[in-house]
Design a protein around this ligand. Structure first.
Ligand code: FES
Length: 128
């Protein structure tokens, strides 16, 4: 059996939403100290909904596929749903990840949460 599902390979070879969002409303980063991989998520928020999202990932195939799938899963979604996204849901949407690669999907969950937190912090700071 192949190590990676076809969905993982598709998102690794043709990642969706790669890049940087200029003037993002929230930016979040997550890293894994053990493997050294890093993921950065940029969010554009309108009416508490993800209007646009991009990512930059320096990492393995699973991390890139997880970033790509996670951005697809949260695009157009309200922040309440975005915050509820788990790494398991990302891995499931990818038709599974090998057990030793599950931590790669954790980066997506953490980076997205950090980006939403950054958005909330900026909003709180901007309040008079
Ligand atoms: Fe560390 Fe994939 S091996 S994120």
């Amino acid at each position: 059996m192949a190590l990676y599902s076809e969905t993982v390979m598709d998102h690794f070879r043709h990642p969706r939403n790669v890049g940087v969002l200029e003037n993002a409303d929230g930016v979040g980063e997550a890293g894994n100290a053990k493997c050294g991989d890093i993921m950065k998520i940029y969010l554009k928020i309108r009416d508490d909904t993800v209007a646009d999202v991009k990512f930059e990932t320096f990492g393995c195939a699973s991390a890139i596929a997880s970033s790509s799938m996670a951005t697809e899963l949260i695009k157009g979604k309200p922040l309440s749903e975005v915050l509820a996204l788990t790494n398991r849901a990302v891995a499931q949407a990818l038709d599974g990840l090998p057990p030793h690669k599950l931590h790669c999907s954790v980066l997506a969950e953490e980076a997205i949460r950090a980006a939403v937190q950054d958005y909330c912090n900026r909003r709180a700071a901007a309040r008079p």
